[in-house]
Design a protein around this ligand. Structure first.
Ligand SMILES: Nc1ncnc2c1ncn2[C@@H]1O[C@H](COP(=O)(O)OP(=O)(O)OP(=O)(O)O)[C@@H](O)[C@H]1O
Length: 333
Protein backbone atom coordinates (compact mmCIF):
# COMPACT_ATOMS: atom_id res chain seq x y z
CA UNK A 1 0.00 0.00 0.00
CA UNK A 2 1.31 3.42 -0.85
CA UNK A 3 2.03 6.00 1.77
CA UNK A 4 0.05 9.17 2.09
CA UNK A 5 2.84 11.76 2.22
CA UNK A 6 2.64 14.02 5.24
CA UNK A 7 3.28 16.98 3.05
CA UNK A 8 0.46 16.42 0.54
CA UNK A 9 -2.76 17.88 1.92
CA UNK A 10 -4.63 16.89 -1.24
CA UNK A 11 -3.82 13.19 -0.86
CA UNK A 12 -6.82 10.98 -0.04
CA UNK A 13 -7.01 9.31 3.39
CA UNK A 14 -5.38 5.92 3.58
CA UNK A 15 -8.36 3.60 3.90
CA UNK A 16 -7.93 -0.10 4.36
CA UNK A 17 -11.34 -1.74 4.57
CA UNK A 18 -11.07 -5.30 5.83
CA UNK A 19 -13.18 -8.40 6.20
CA UNK A 20 -16.03 -7.42 8.46
CA UNK A 21 -14.44 -4.00 9.00
CA UNK A 22 -15.98 -0.61 8.48
CA UNK A 23 -15.53 -0.67 4.72
CA UNK A 24 -17.70 -3.74 4.38
CA UNK A 25 -20.12 -3.39 7.28
CA UNK A 26 -23.57 -4.67 6.42
CA UNK A 27 -26.29 -2.06 6.83
CA UNK A 28 -27.79 -3.82 9.87
CA UNK A 29 -24.34 -4.10 11.49
CA UNK A 30 -23.85 -0.37 11.42
CA UNK A 31 -24.30 1.36 14.76
CA UNK A 32 -22.96 4.75 13.69
CA UNK A 33 -22.44 6.32 10.30
CA UNK A 34 -20.75 9.70 9.97
CA UNK A 35 -20.62 11.06 6.45
CA UNK A 36 -18.54 14.09 5.47
CA UNK A 37 -19.13 15.78 8.81
CA UNK A 38 -18.14 19.43 9.09
CA UNK A 39 -18.11 21.51 12.28
CA UNK A 40 -16.80 25.05 12.37
CA UNK A 41 -15.95 27.34 15.23
CA UNK A 42 -15.59 31.02 14.34
CA UNK A 43 -15.37 30.12 10.67
CA UNK A 44 -12.61 27.53 11.14
CA UNK A 45 -13.47 23.91 10.37
CA UNK A 46 -12.26 21.82 13.32
CA UNK A 47 -14.02 18.80 11.79
CA UNK A 48 -13.50 18.96 8.07
CA UNK A 49 -15.36 16.37 5.96
CA UNK A 50 -14.86 13.45 8.34
CA UNK A 51 -16.47 10.07 7.51
CA UNK A 52 -16.48 6.89 9.58
CA UNK A 53 -18.58 3.85 10.35
CA UNK A 54 -18.79 2.04 13.69
CA UNK A 55 -20.19 -1.47 13.84
CA UNK A 56 -22.32 -3.21 16.43
CA UNK A 57 -20.35 -5.76 18.44
CA UNK A 58 -17.08 -4.00 17.68
CA UNK A 59 -14.84 -1.42 19.31
CA UNK A 60 -14.02 1.55 17.09
CA UNK A 61 -11.17 3.70 18.40
CA UNK A 62 -10.98 7.27 17.16
CA UNK A 63 -7.38 8.25 17.61
CA UNK A 64 -5.61 11.54 17.15
CA UNK A 65 -3.51 14.23 18.79
CA UNK A 66 -4.93 16.97 21.03
CA UNK A 67 -7.26 19.25 19.14
CA UNK A 68 -7.71 16.84 16.20
CA UNK A 69 -11.50 17.09 16.41
CA UNK A 70 -12.27 13.77 18.12
CA UNK A 71 -14.45 15.14 20.91
CA UNK A 72 -16.25 17.52 18.56
CA UNK A 73 -17.06 14.63 16.23
CA UNK A 74 -18.35 12.49 19.07
CA UNK A 75 -20.37 15.39 20.47
CA UNK A 76 -22.09 15.75 17.07
CA UNK A 77 -22.90 12.02 17.25
CA UNK A 78 -24.27 12.41 20.76
CA UNK A 79 -26.58 15.24 19.69
CA UNK A 80 -24.66 17.74 21.84
CA UNK A 81 -23.55 19.81 18.83
CA UNK A 82 -25.22 20.48 15.52
CA UNK A 83 -23.09 19.85 12.42
CA UNK A 84 -22.40 22.59 9.89
CA UNK A 85 -22.25 20.01 7.10
CA UNK A 86 -22.53 16.30 6.41
CA UNK A 87 -24.74 13.76 8.15
CA UNK A 88 -24.67 11.61 11.27
CA UNK A 89 -26.80 8.49 11.74
CA UNK A 90 -26.92 6.85 15.15
CA UNK A 91 -28.67 3.46 15.15
CA UNK A 92 -30.26 4.66 11.92
CA UNK A 93 -31.63 7.84 13.54
CA UNK A 94 -30.72 11.52 13.62
CA UNK A 95 -29.04 12.39 16.94
CA UNK A 96 -30.74 15.81 17.08
CA UNK A 97 -34.21 15.18 15.64
CA UNK A 98 -34.53 11.74 17.28
CA UNK A 99 -32.83 12.57 20.57
CA UNK A 100 -35.70 11.28 22.73
CA UNK A 101 -35.85 7.93 20.93
CA UNK A 102 -32.07 7.50 21.14
CA UNK A 103 -31.64 8.43 24.80
CA UNK A 104 -32.48 4.96 26.22
CA UNK A 105 -30.45 3.21 23.51
CA UNK A 106 -27.16 5.13 23.63
CA UNK A 107 -24.68 5.43 26.51
CA UNK A 108 -22.39 8.42 26.80
CA UNK A 109 -19.30 8.87 28.95
CA UNK A 110 -18.02 12.43 28.66
CA UNK A 111 -14.39 13.44 29.11
CA UNK A 112 -15.04 15.53 32.22
CA UNK A 113 -17.51 13.03 33.65
CA UNK A 114 -20.44 15.40 32.99
CA UNK A 115 -22.07 14.36 36.27
CA UNK A 116 -23.86 16.60 38.80
CA UNK A 117 -21.34 17.32 41.54
CA UNK A 118 -23.51 17.41 44.67
CA UNK A 119 -24.80 13.83 44.50
CA UNK A 120 -23.22 10.80 46.17
CA UNK A 121 -21.64 8.33 43.72
CA UNK A 122 -23.86 5.31 44.38
CA UNK A 123 -27.04 7.38 44.62
CA UNK A 124 -26.19 8.81 41.24
CA UNK A 125 -25.79 5.38 39.68
CA UNK A 126 -28.96 4.03 41.31
CA UNK A 127 -30.91 7.08 40.17
CA UNK A 128 -29.79 6.64 36.56
CA UNK A 129 -30.49 2.87 36.69
CA UNK A 130 -34.10 3.56 37.73
CA UNK A 131 -34.63 5.53 34.51
CA UNK A 132 -34.23 2.39 32.40
CA UNK A 133 -36.67 -0.49 31.84
CA UNK A 134 -34.02 -3.22 32.20
CA UNK A 135 -30.91 -1.79 33.86
CA UNK A 136 -27.78 -3.73 34.70
CA UNK A 137 -27.35 -4.89 38.27
CA UNK A 138 -25.99 -1.86 40.14
CA UNK A 139 -24.27 -4.03 42.77
CA UNK A 140 -22.42 -6.03 40.12
CA UNK A 141 -21.34 -2.89 38.27
CA UNK A 142 -20.23 -1.27 41.53
CA UNK A 143 -18.16 -4.33 42.36
CA UNK A 144 -16.45 -4.76 39.02
CA UNK A 145 -15.55 -1.09 38.60
CA UNK A 146 -14.49 -0.79 42.24
CA UNK A 147 -16.99 1.96 43.07
CA UNK A 148 -17.67 0.59 46.58
CA UNK A 149 -14.83 2.46 48.28
CA UNK A 150 -16.31 5.84 47.31
CA UNK A 151 -20.01 4.94 47.07
CA UNK A 152 -21.01 7.53 49.69
CA UNK A 153 -18.66 10.28 48.47
CA UNK A 154 -20.16 13.20 46.56
CA UNK A 155 -19.10 13.52 42.92
CA UNK A 156 -17.27 16.81 43.58
CA UNK A 157 -14.94 15.07 46.04
CA UNK A 158 -14.06 12.15 43.75
CA UNK A 159 -10.60 11.88 42.22
CA UNK A 160 -10.33 12.10 38.45
CA UNK A 161 -10.03 8.32 38.06
CA UNK A 162 -12.97 7.65 40.43
CA UNK A 163 -15.13 10.10 38.52
CA UNK A 164 -14.20 8.38 35.26
CA UNK A 165 -15.21 4.98 36.63
CA UNK A 166 -18.54 6.33 37.86
CA UNK A 167 -19.15 8.01 34.50
CA UNK A 168 -18.48 4.71 32.76
CA UNK A 169 -20.92 2.89 35.05
CA UNK A 170 -23.55 5.56 34.35
CA UNK A 171 -22.94 5.20 30.59
CA UNK A 172 -23.50 1.44 30.54
CA UNK A 173 -26.05 0.85 33.33
CA UNK A 174 -28.99 1.17 30.89
CA UNK A 175 -27.69 -1.61 28.61
CA UNK A 176 -27.12 0.68 25.62
CA UNK A 177 -26.82 -0.65 22.06
CA UNK A 178 -24.13 1.92 21.33
CA UNK A 179 -21.80 3.56 23.81
CA UNK A 180 -19.47 6.53 23.40
CA UNK A 181 -16.47 6.55 25.70
CA UNK A 182 -14.28 9.65 25.68
CA UNK A 183 -10.81 8.68 26.90
CA UNK A 184 -12.30 6.03 29.21
CA UNK A 185 -9.16 5.13 31.14
CA UNK A 186 -7.49 8.56 31.29
CA UNK A 187 -6.03 9.21 34.72
CA UNK A 188 -6.73 5.71 36.05
CA UNK A 189 -4.43 3.42 37.99
CA UNK A 190 -3.44 0.16 36.23
CA UNK A 191 -5.97 -1.96 38.12
CA UNK A 192 -8.90 0.34 37.28
CA UNK A 193 -7.72 0.51 33.72
CA UNK A 194 -7.81 -3.26 33.47
CA UNK A 195 -11.36 -3.28 34.88
CA UNK A 196 -12.43 -0.73 32.25
CA UNK A 197 -10.80 -2.70 29.45
CA UNK A 198 -12.51 -5.92 30.61
CA UNK A 199 -15.87 -4.17 30.67
CA UNK A 200 -15.35 -2.77 27.18
CA UNK A 201 -14.44 -6.25 25.89
CA UNK A 202 -17.58 -7.66 27.48
CA UNK A 203 -19.77 -4.94 25.94
CA UNK A 204 -18.38 -5.84 22.55
CA UNK A 205 -19.06 -9.55 22.98
CA UNK A 206 -22.61 -8.67 24.05
CA UNK A 207 -23.08 -7.01 20.64
CA UNK A 208 -22.78 -3.41 21.82
CA UNK A 209 -21.13 -0.94 19.44
CA UNK A 210 -18.36 0.86 21.34
CA UNK A 211 -16.86 4.10 20.05
CA UNK A 212 -13.93 5.30 22.08
CA UNK A 213 -11.74 8.31 21.62
CA UNK A 214 -8.26 8.11 22.96
CA UNK A 215 -4.71 9.16 22.39
CA UNK A 216 -3.41 6.15 24.24
CA UNK A 217 -1.82 3.80 21.73
CA UNK A 218 -1.86 0.79 24.01
CA UNK A 219 -5.56 1.30 24.74
CA UNK A 220 -6.41 1.34 21.04
CA UNK A 221 -4.12 -1.61 20.32
CA UNK A 222 -5.60 -3.64 23.18
CA UNK A 223 -9.27 -2.92 22.53
CA UNK A 224 -10.00 -1.76 19.02
CA UNK A 225 -11.36 -3.82 16.16
CA UNK A 226 -11.36 -0.77 13.94
CA UNK A 227 -9.12 2.26 14.28
CA UNK A 228 -9.81 5.65 12.76
CA UNK A 229 -6.86 8.05 12.90
CA UNK A 230 -7.93 11.68 12.82
CA UNK A 231 -5.73 14.71 12.35
CA UNK A 232 -6.81 18.32 11.79
CA UNK A 233 -10.46 17.33 11.50
CA UNK A 234 -9.91 14.70 8.81
CA UNK A 235 -9.53 10.93 8.74
CA UNK A 236 -5.97 10.21 7.62
CA UNK A 237 -6.04 6.41 7.98
CA UNK A 238 -8.41 3.68 9.05
CA UNK A 239 -8.48 -0.09 9.33
CA UNK A 240 -7.79 -2.78 11.92
CA UNK A 241 -4.71 -2.35 14.10
CA UNK A 242 -3.06 -5.17 12.18
CA UNK A 243 -3.78 -3.60 8.82
CA UNK A 244 -2.46 -0.26 9.91
CA UNK A 245 0.76 -1.52 11.49
CA UNK A 246 1.49 -3.94 8.64
CA UNK A 247 0.78 -1.36 5.96
CA UNK A 248 -1.99 -3.43 4.39
CA UNK A 249 -1.53 -6.73 6.17
CA UNK A 250 -0.94 -8.86 3.09
CA UNK A 251 2.77 -9.50 3.57
CA UNK A 252 2.70 -10.53 7.24
CA UNK A 253 5.11 -7.77 8.22
CA UNK A 254 3.72 -7.64 11.74
CA UNK A 255 6.42 -10.13 12.74
CA UNK A 256 9.11 -7.87 11.37
CA UNK A 257 11.06 -5.75 13.81
CA UNK A 258 11.61 -2.08 13.28
CA UNK A 259 14.73 -0.33 14.50
CA UNK A 260 14.14 3.17 15.83
CA UNK A 261 16.96 5.60 16.27
CA UNK A 262 17.05 9.06 17.77
CA UNK A 263 20.18 10.95 16.79
CA UNK A 264 21.14 14.29 15.24
CA UNK A 265 19.21 15.13 12.09
CA UNK A 266 20.64 14.61 8.63
CA UNK A 267 22.12 11.09 8.74
CA UNK A 268 22.27 9.49 5.27
CA UNK A 269 19.67 6.89 4.21
CA UNK A 270 22.45 4.41 3.32
CA UNK A 271 24.19 4.60 6.71
CA UNK A 272 23.64 0.86 7.23
CA UNK A 273 24.62 -1.65 4.53
CA UNK A 274 21.50 -3.45 3.26
CA UNK A 275 19.02 -1.41 5.29
CA UNK A 276 17.26 1.81 4.41
CA UNK A 277 17.36 4.38 7.19
CA UNK A 278 14.43 6.76 6.89
CA UNK A 279 14.28 10.08 8.76
CA UNK A 280 10.54 10.50 9.26
CA UNK A 281 10.84 13.51 11.55
CA UNK A 282 13.98 15.56 12.27
CA UNK A 283 16.35 13.32 14.21
CA UNK A 284 13.91 10.39 14.32
CA UNK A 285 14.80 7.45 12.12
CA UNK A 286 13.33 4.05 11.37
CA UNK A 287 14.68 1.22 9.29
CA UNK A 288 12.83 -0.81 6.72
CA UNK A 289 13.86 -4.42 6.29
CA UNK A 290 14.97 -7.32 8.47
CA UNK A 291 16.64 -6.34 11.75
CA UNK A 292 18.93 -8.93 13.34
CA UNK A 293 21.54 -8.78 16.14
CA UNK A 294 24.22 -7.82 13.60
CA UNK A 295 22.18 -4.75 12.66
CA UNK A 296 22.78 -3.22 16.09
CA UNK A 297 26.53 -3.85 15.84
CA UNK A 298 26.62 -2.32 12.35
CA UNK A 299 24.61 0.68 13.51
CA UNK A 300 26.87 1.33 16.49
CA UNK A 301 29.96 1.09 14.30
CA UNK A 302 28.51 3.35 11.60
CA UNK A 303 27.55 5.98 14.18
CA UNK A 304 30.95 5.76 15.91
CA UNK A 305 32.71 6.18 12.56
CA UNK A 306 30.88 9.49 12.17
CA UNK A 307 31.40 10.46 15.81
CA UNK A 308 27.63 10.53 16.30
CA UNK A 309 26.09 9.67 19.69
CA UNK A 310 22.54 8.30 19.51
CA UNK A 311 20.21 9.41 22.30
CA UNK A 312 17.99 6.36 21.85
CA UNK A 313 18.02 3.07 19.97
CA UNK A 314 15.19 0.56 20.22
CA UNK A 315 13.92 -2.48 18.39
CA UNK A 316 10.28 -3.53 18.34
CA UNK A 317 7.13 -4.17 16.41
CA UNK A 318 5.61 -1.30 14.43
CA UNK A 319 2.97 0.49 16.46
CA UNK A 320 0.07 2.82 15.75
CA UNK A 321 2.34 5.63 16.94
CA UNK A 322 4.72 4.71 14.10
CA UNK A 323 1.81 4.78 11.64
CA UNK A 324 0.83 8.26 12.77
CA UNK A 325 4.38 9.54 12.67
CA UNK A 326 4.85 8.08 9.17
CA UNK A 327 1.70 9.77 7.94
CA UNK A 328 2.12 13.16 9.53
CA UNK A 329 5.72 13.52 10.60
CA UNK A 330 4.48 14.34 14.10
CA UNK A 331 4.07 12.43 17.32
CA UNK A 332 0.55 11.50 18.31
CA UNK A 333 0.76 13.14 21.72
N1 LIG B 1 -16.85 25.28 21.84
C1 LIG B 1 -15.75 25.53 21.13
N2 LIG B 1 -15.51 26.77 20.63
C2 LIG B 1 -14.41 27.02 19.90
N3 LIG B 1 -13.48 26.10 19.60
C3 LIG B 1 -13.65 24.86 20.06
C4 LIG B 1 -14.79 24.49 20.85
N4 LIG B 1 -14.69 23.18 21.17
C5 LIG B 1 -13.55 22.74 20.60
N5 LIG B 1 -12.93 23.74 19.94
C6 LIG B 1 -11.66 23.63 19.20
O1 LIG B 1 -11.83 22.64 18.23
C7 LIG B 1 -10.64 21.90 18.04
C8 LIG B 1 -10.93 20.42 18.20
O2 LIG B 1 -11.22 20.17 19.57
P1 LIG B 1 -11.64 18.73 20.08
O3 LIG B 1 -11.93 18.86 21.55
O4 LIG B 1 -12.71 18.19 19.22
O5 LIG B 1 -10.31 17.92 19.84
P2 LIG B 1 -9.87 16.51 20.43
O6 LIG B 1 -9.32 15.75 19.27
O7 LIG B 1 -10.98 15.86 21.17
O8 LIG B 1 -8.70 16.91 21.40
P3 LIG B 1 -8.25 16.31 22.84
O9 LIG B 1 -7.53 15.04 22.53
O10 LIG B 1 -7.36 17.36 23.36
O11 LIG B 1 -9.49 16.10 23.65
C9 LIG B 1 -9.63 22.44 19.03
O12 LIG B 1 -8.79 23.34 18.38
C10 LIG B 1 -10.50 23.16 20.05
O13 LIG B 1 -9.81 24.24 20.61
Amino acid sequence: MSRTPATDPAAPPRTTPHEGGPGRARADDVALRVDRLVKRYAGTAVVDGLSLVARRGAVTAVLGPNGAGKTTTVECCEGLRSPDGGTVEVLGLDPLADAAALRPRVGVMLQDGGLPTGVRALEMLEHVARMYADPRDVGELTERLGLGSFARTTVRRLSGGQRQRLALAVAVVGRPELVFLDEPSAGMDPQSRRAVWDLVAELRSDGVGVVLTTHLMDEAEALADDVVIVDRGKVIAQGSVRELVTDGGADGREHEQTLRLEAPAGLPADLLPGLELRERAPGQYVTKGVVDPGTLVALTQALAARDVLASRVSVGRRTLEDVFLDLTGRNLR
